[in-house]
Design a protein around this ligand. Sequence first.
Ligand SMILES: [Mn+2]
Length: 334
Amino acid sequence: MSDAPRDPVHGSYHAFYGVVRTFCGVPLVSSRADVAAADAVVIGAPFDEGVSYRPGTRFGPQAVRTAEDINVTGDRPSMHAGIDPLKELNIVDWGDIDVVASDLPRSHALLAEAAGAALATDTVPVVIGGDHSLSHAMLQAMHEQFGADGYSVIHFDTHADTGVPEDGEPPHGTPFRAAIERGHLKGSNIFQIGLRGTWPGPELFQWMREQGMQWATMDEVMDRGITDVVREAIHHARAAAPKTYLTVDIDVLDPAYAPGTGTPEPGGLTTRELLRSVRSVTSELDVAAFDLVEVSPPYDHAAITAMAGHRVLLEGLNGMALRRTGRDSRHEKP
Ligand SMILES: [Mn+2]
Protein backbone atom coordinates (compact mmCIF):
# COMPACT_ATOMS: atom_id res chain seq x y z
CA MET A 1 0.00 0.00 0.00
CA SER A 2 1.26 3.45 -0.87
CA ASP A 3 1.02 6.40 1.49
CA ALA A 4 -0.08 8.68 -1.35
CA PRO A 5 -3.70 9.87 -1.15
CA ARG A 6 -5.79 7.37 -3.03
CA ASP A 7 -7.78 8.37 -6.04
CA PRO A 8 -11.37 7.25 -5.45
CA VAL A 9 -12.13 7.07 -9.15
CA HIS A 10 -10.51 5.48 -12.18
CA GLY A 11 -8.15 2.67 -11.31
CA SER A 12 -8.07 -0.46 -13.39
CA TYR A 13 -10.72 -0.99 -16.01
CA HIS A 14 -13.06 -3.97 -16.05
CA ALA A 15 -15.76 -5.20 -18.38
CA PHE A 16 -18.42 -3.39 -16.38
CA TYR A 17 -16.68 -0.20 -15.39
CA GLY A 18 -14.38 2.41 -16.74
CA VAL A 19 -15.41 5.05 -19.25
CA VAL A 20 -16.07 3.93 -22.80
CA ARG A 21 -17.60 7.28 -23.54
CA THR A 22 -18.13 10.21 -21.18
CA PHE A 23 -21.60 11.54 -20.38
CA CYS A 24 -22.65 13.68 -23.38
CA GLY A 25 -19.03 13.69 -24.49
CA VAL A 26 -17.95 16.13 -21.75
CA PRO A 27 -14.24 16.17 -20.87
CA LEU A 28 -12.88 13.24 -18.87
CA VAL A 29 -10.90 14.58 -15.92
CA SER A 30 -8.59 12.85 -13.50
CA SER A 31 -7.51 15.50 -11.00
CA ARG A 32 -9.29 16.99 -8.03
CA ALA A 33 -8.34 20.44 -9.32
CA ASP A 34 -10.38 19.80 -12.46
CA VAL A 35 -13.28 18.60 -10.32
CA ALA A 36 -13.01 21.68 -8.11
CA ALA A 37 -13.11 23.99 -11.13
CA ALA A 38 -16.28 22.39 -12.52
CA ASP A 39 -19.91 23.24 -11.82
CA ALA A 40 -20.95 19.59 -11.98
CA VAL A 41 -19.01 16.33 -12.10
CA VAL A 42 -20.40 13.04 -13.37
CA ILE A 43 -19.29 10.06 -11.28
CA GLY A 44 -20.13 6.43 -12.08
CA ALA A 45 -20.93 4.08 -9.19
CA PRO A 46 -20.93 0.64 -10.85
CA PHE A 47 -21.91 -1.69 -8.04
CA ASP A 48 -24.93 -3.83 -7.19
CA GLU A 49 -23.93 -5.83 -4.12
CA GLY A 50 -26.63 -3.93 -2.24
CA VAL A 51 -29.64 -5.31 -4.12
CA SER A 52 -32.37 -7.41 -2.58
CA TYR A 53 -33.68 -8.98 -5.77
CA ARG A 54 -32.33 -8.79 -9.33
CA PRO A 55 -28.70 -7.60 -9.71
CA GLY A 56 -27.22 -5.87 -12.76
CA THR A 57 -26.93 -2.18 -11.91
CA ARG A 58 -23.13 -2.49 -11.96
CA PHE A 59 -23.65 -2.16 -15.73
CA GLY A 60 -25.71 1.01 -15.26
CA PRO A 61 -23.06 3.74 -15.60
CA GLN A 62 -21.77 2.41 -18.91
CA ALA A 63 -25.27 1.90 -20.29
CA VAL A 64 -26.49 5.33 -19.25
CA ARG A 65 -23.42 7.16 -20.55
CA THR A 66 -23.77 5.51 -23.96
CA ALA A 67 -27.57 5.71 -24.20
CA GLU A 68 -27.93 8.36 -26.83
CA ASP A 69 -27.50 8.13 -30.53
CA ILE A 70 -25.53 11.28 -31.12
CA ASN A 71 -21.80 11.51 -30.75
CA VAL A 72 -21.55 15.26 -30.64
CA THR A 73 -19.52 17.04 -28.00
CA GLY A 74 -20.28 20.42 -26.53
CA ASP A 75 -23.85 20.78 -27.68
CA ARG A 76 -27.17 19.64 -26.12
CA PRO A 77 -29.70 22.46 -26.65
CA SER A 78 -33.05 21.74 -25.00
CA MET A 79 -36.04 22.87 -27.02
CA HIS A 80 -38.16 22.58 -23.86
CA ALA A 81 -35.93 24.45 -21.45
CA GLY A 82 -34.56 26.84 -24.07
CA ILE A 83 -31.04 26.37 -22.75
CA ASP A 84 -27.93 24.28 -23.39
CA PRO A 85 -26.44 22.99 -20.13
CA LEU A 86 -23.16 22.08 -21.80
CA LYS A 87 -22.74 25.72 -22.78
CA GLU A 88 -23.94 27.29 -19.52
CA LEU A 89 -22.19 24.97 -17.08
CA ASN A 90 -18.70 23.52 -16.81
CA ILE A 91 -19.58 19.81 -16.69
CA VAL A 92 -16.89 17.14 -16.52
CA ASP A 93 -16.83 13.36 -16.13
CA TRP A 94 -14.55 11.91 -13.45
CA GLY A 95 -15.10 8.30 -14.54
CA ASP A 96 -16.18 5.49 -12.24
CA ILE A 97 -15.24 4.86 -8.66
CA ASP A 98 -12.62 2.17 -8.32
CA VAL A 99 -14.88 -0.66 -7.20
CA VAL A 100 -13.81 -4.15 -6.26
CA ALA A 101 -16.64 -6.54 -7.06
CA SER A 102 -18.28 -7.94 -3.88
CA ASP A 103 -16.78 -5.24 -1.64
CA LEU A 104 -19.77 -3.01 -0.89
CA PRO A 105 -18.19 -1.15 2.08
CA ARG A 106 -15.27 -0.16 -0.17
CA SER A 107 -17.64 1.13 -2.87
CA HIS A 108 -19.62 3.19 -0.36
CA ALA A 109 -16.42 4.63 1.14
CA LEU A 110 -14.98 5.56 -2.26
CA LEU A 111 -18.22 7.19 -3.35
CA ALA A 112 -18.51 9.16 -0.12
CA GLU A 113 -14.94 10.34 -0.66
CA ALA A 114 -15.49 11.31 -4.31
CA ALA A 115 -18.83 13.02 -3.68
CA GLY A 116 -17.38 14.73 -0.61
CA ALA A 117 -14.46 16.08 -2.64
CA ALA A 118 -16.92 17.57 -5.12
CA LEU A 119 -19.22 19.04 -2.47
CA ALA A 120 -16.27 20.63 -0.65
CA THR A 121 -15.52 22.72 -3.74
CA ASP A 122 -19.13 23.62 -4.55
CA THR A 123 -19.18 21.19 -7.49
CA VAL A 124 -22.38 19.19 -7.87
CA PRO A 125 -21.73 15.43 -7.89
CA VAL A 126 -23.99 13.88 -10.52
CA VAL A 127 -23.82 10.18 -9.76
CA ILE A 128 -24.88 7.32 -12.04
CA GLY A 129 -25.67 4.12 -10.11
CA GLY A 130 -25.41 1.49 -9.20
CA ASP A 131 -27.96 0.32 -6.70
CA HIS A 132 -29.70 2.68 -4.31
CA SER A 133 -27.52 1.66 -1.39
CA LEU A 134 -25.25 4.38 -2.79
CA SER A 135 -27.46 6.90 -1.01
CA HIS A 136 -25.73 5.80 2.21
CA ALA A 137 -22.56 7.36 0.84
CA MET A 138 -24.32 10.41 -0.58
CA LEU A 139 -26.18 11.15 2.67
CA GLN A 140 -22.95 10.74 4.61
CA ALA A 141 -21.20 13.21 2.29
CA MET A 142 -24.10 15.68 2.47
CA HIS A 143 -24.12 15.44 6.27
CA GLU A 144 -20.37 16.00 6.49
CA GLN A 145 -20.56 19.05 4.24
CA PHE A 146 -23.78 20.74 5.36
CA GLY A 147 -24.93 19.08 8.61
CA ALA A 148 -28.32 17.44 9.05
CA ASP A 149 -30.04 20.84 9.32
CA GLY A 150 -28.34 22.10 6.18
CA TYR A 151 -29.99 20.02 3.50
CA SER A 152 -33.27 18.53 2.36
CA VAL A 153 -33.93 15.48 0.16
CA ILE A 154 -36.31 15.07 -2.75
CA HIS A 155 -36.59 11.39 -3.54
CA PHE A 156 -38.38 9.88 -6.55
CA ASP A 157 -38.96 6.15 -6.00
CA THR A 158 -41.45 3.33 -5.87
CA HIS A 159 -39.99 2.41 -2.50
CA ALA A 160 -39.51 4.46 0.66
CA ASP A 161 -36.16 2.73 1.35
CA THR A 162 -36.75 2.89 5.08
CA GLY A 163 -36.19 -0.80 5.74
CA VAL A 164 -34.46 -1.83 8.95
CA PRO A 165 -30.79 -2.58 8.19
CA GLU A 166 -29.47 -5.97 9.30
CA ASP A 167 -25.90 -6.44 10.50
CA GLY A 168 -23.23 -5.58 7.98
CA GLU A 169 -23.06 -2.98 5.24
CA PRO A 170 -26.60 -1.66 4.72
CA PRO A 171 -28.15 -2.68 1.40
CA HIS A 172 -30.56 -0.78 -0.86
CA GLY A 173 -34.00 -0.43 0.66
CA THR A 174 -32.50 1.01 3.86
CA PRO A 175 -30.50 4.21 3.28
CA PHE A 176 -33.06 6.77 4.40
CA ARG A 177 -33.84 4.99 7.63
CA ALA A 178 -30.16 4.35 8.34
CA ALA A 179 -29.28 7.99 7.72
CA ILE A 180 -32.04 9.23 10.03
CA GLU A 181 -30.98 6.79 12.78
CA ARG A 182 -27.34 7.86 12.43
CA GLY A 183 -28.26 11.54 12.61
CA HIS A 184 -27.09 12.14 9.03
CA LEU A 185 -30.55 13.10 7.80
CA LYS A 186 -33.39 14.97 9.49
CA GLY A 187 -36.56 12.95 8.94
CA SER A 188 -38.71 16.02 8.43
CA ASN A 189 -36.40 17.18 5.62
CA ILE A 190 -37.21 14.42 3.13
CA PHE A 191 -40.09 14.35 0.63
CA GLN A 192 -40.71 11.15 -1.37
CA ILE A 193 -42.71 10.97 -4.61
CA GLY A 194 -44.17 7.95 -6.38
CA LEU A 195 -44.52 5.37 -3.60
CA ARG A 196 -46.70 2.39 -4.52
CA GLY A 197 -47.09 -1.34 -4.35
CA THR A 198 -46.81 -3.56 -1.28
CA TRP A 199 -43.73 -2.30 0.55
CA PRO A 200 -43.32 -0.76 3.04
CA GLY A 201 -46.23 -1.86 5.19
CA PRO A 202 -48.13 0.02 7.89
CA GLU A 203 -45.49 -0.36 10.62
CA LEU A 204 -42.75 1.26 8.57
CA PHE A 205 -45.12 4.01 7.45
CA GLN A 206 -45.89 4.67 11.09
CA TRP A 207 -42.16 4.95 11.81
CA MET A 208 -41.78 7.33 8.86
CA ARG A 209 -44.66 9.45 10.16
CA GLU A 210 -43.01 9.66 13.57
CA GLN A 211 -39.84 10.98 11.92
CA GLY A 212 -41.80 13.70 10.15
CA MET A 213 -41.09 12.27 6.71
CA GLN A 214 -43.30 13.51 3.88
CA TRP A 215 -44.42 11.50 0.86
CA ALA A 216 -46.89 11.34 -2.00
CA THR A 217 -48.08 7.95 -3.22
CA MET A 218 -48.91 7.30 -6.87
CA ASP A 219 -52.61 7.47 -5.99
CA GLU A 220 -52.05 10.98 -4.69
CA VAL A 221 -50.05 11.85 -7.82
CA MET A 222 -52.99 10.66 -9.92
CA ASP A 223 -55.53 12.65 -7.94
CA ARG A 224 -53.56 15.89 -7.70
CA GLY A 225 -51.35 15.68 -10.77
CA ILE A 226 -47.57 15.44 -10.76
CA THR A 227 -47.06 19.19 -11.18
CA ASP A 228 -48.93 20.00 -7.98
CA VAL A 229 -47.12 17.30 -6.01
CA VAL A 230 -43.71 18.44 -7.19
CA ARG A 231 -44.61 22.04 -6.34
CA GLU A 232 -45.38 20.94 -2.77
CA ALA A 233 -42.11 18.99 -2.56
CA ILE A 234 -40.15 22.03 -3.75
CA HIS A 235 -41.93 24.27 -1.26
CA HIS A 236 -41.21 21.79 1.53
CA ALA A 237 -37.55 21.47 0.61
CA ARG A 238 -37.06 25.23 0.35
CA ALA A 239 -38.60 25.76 3.78
CA ALA A 240 -36.52 22.97 5.33
CA ALA A 241 -32.94 23.82 4.39
CA PRO A 242 -30.78 25.83 1.97
CA LYS A 243 -29.37 22.85 0.02
CA THR A 244 -31.07 19.82 -1.54
CA TYR A 245 -30.03 16.30 -2.44
CA LEU A 246 -32.07 14.99 -5.37
CA THR A 247 -32.14 11.21 -5.76
CA VAL A 248 -34.02 9.49 -8.56
CA ASP A 249 -34.63 5.74 -8.54
CA ILE A 250 -35.55 4.86 -12.11
CA ASP A 251 -38.13 2.38 -10.76
CA VAL A 252 -40.36 5.35 -9.96
CA LEU A 253 -41.24 5.01 -13.64
CA ASP A 254 -43.82 2.46 -14.66
CA PRO A 255 -42.15 -0.76 -15.89
CA ALA A 256 -43.58 0.11 -19.31
CA TYR A 257 -41.09 3.00 -19.36
CA ALA A 258 -38.32 1.40 -17.32
CA PRO A 259 -38.27 -2.39 -17.57
CA GLY A 260 -34.53 -2.48 -16.91
CA THR A 261 -34.47 -2.27 -13.16
CA GLY A 262 -34.11 -4.69 -10.27
CA THR A 263 -37.35 -4.23 -8.34
CA PRO A 264 -40.01 -3.01 -10.80
CA GLU A 265 -43.51 -2.16 -9.63
CA PRO A 266 -46.45 -1.54 -12.00
CA GLY A 267 -48.38 1.72 -11.84
CA GLY A 268 -45.68 4.36 -11.94
CA LEU A 269 -44.86 7.70 -13.54
CA THR A 270 -44.39 8.20 -17.24
CA THR A 271 -40.97 9.26 -18.49
CA ARG A 272 -42.22 12.69 -19.54
CA GLU A 273 -43.67 13.31 -16.07
CA LEU A 274 -40.37 12.44 -14.45
CA LEU A 275 -38.25 14.51 -16.84
CA ARG A 276 -40.30 17.65 -16.31
CA SER A 277 -40.35 17.07 -12.55
CA VAL A 278 -36.58 16.72 -12.30
CA ARG A 279 -36.06 19.91 -14.32
CA SER A 280 -38.47 21.76 -12.03
CA VAL A 281 -36.61 20.61 -8.91
CA THR A 282 -33.14 21.55 -10.13
CA SER A 283 -34.28 24.88 -11.61
CA GLU A 284 -36.00 25.99 -8.42
CA LEU A 285 -33.78 24.60 -5.65
CA ASP A 286 -30.07 24.73 -4.86
CA VAL A 287 -29.43 21.06 -5.65
CA ALA A 288 -25.98 20.28 -4.25
CA ALA A 289 -25.96 16.57 -5.17
CA PHE A 290 -27.95 14.56 -7.68
CA ASP A 291 -28.07 10.89 -8.57
CA LEU A 292 -29.86 8.43 -10.81
CA VAL A 293 -29.91 4.84 -9.58
CA GLU A 294 -31.11 1.32 -10.30
CA VAL A 295 -30.81 1.20 -14.09
CA SER A 296 -30.13 -2.52 -14.65
CA PRO A 297 -29.21 -3.15 -18.31
CA PRO A 298 -29.58 -6.98 -18.21
CA TYR A 299 -33.37 -6.49 -17.82
CA ASP A 300 -33.62 -3.60 -20.24
CA HIS A 301 -35.13 -3.76 -23.71
CA ALA A 302 -33.96 -1.55 -26.56
CA ALA A 303 -32.13 0.59 -23.97
CA ILE A 304 -35.49 2.13 -22.94
CA THR A 305 -34.46 2.43 -19.31
CA ALA A 306 -30.90 3.56 -19.98
CA MET A 307 -32.15 6.29 -22.33
CA ALA A 308 -34.67 7.45 -19.74
CA GLY A 309 -31.88 7.57 -17.16
CA HIS A 310 -29.66 9.57 -19.50
CA ARG A 311 -32.41 12.12 -20.03
CA VAL A 312 -33.20 12.32 -16.32
CA LEU A 313 -29.61 13.44 -15.79
CA LEU A 314 -29.69 15.83 -18.74
CA GLU A 315 -32.97 17.42 -17.58
CA GLY A 316 -31.47 17.83 -14.13
CA LEU A 317 -28.56 19.67 -15.70
CA ASN A 318 -30.99 21.74 -17.81
CA GLY A 319 -32.65 22.88 -14.60
CA MET A 320 -29.32 23.72 -12.97
CA ALA A 321 -28.39 25.77 -16.03
CA LEU A 322 -31.71 27.63 -15.89
CA ARG A 323 -31.20 28.42 -12.23
CA ARG A 324 -27.61 29.51 -12.79
CA THR A 325 -28.70 31.96 -15.44
CA GLY A 326 -31.59 33.28 -13.39
CA ARG A 327 -34.30 31.81 -15.59
CA ASP A 328 -37.18 29.56 -14.69
CA SER A 329 -38.36 26.43 -16.44
CA ARG A 330 -41.10 28.13 -18.41
CA HIS A 331 -40.08 28.61 -21.99
CA GLU A 332 -41.89 29.52 -25.17
CA LYS A 333 -41.69 26.95 -27.89
CA PRO A 334 -38.82 27.45 -30.31
MN1 LIG B 1 -36.90 1.75 -5.66
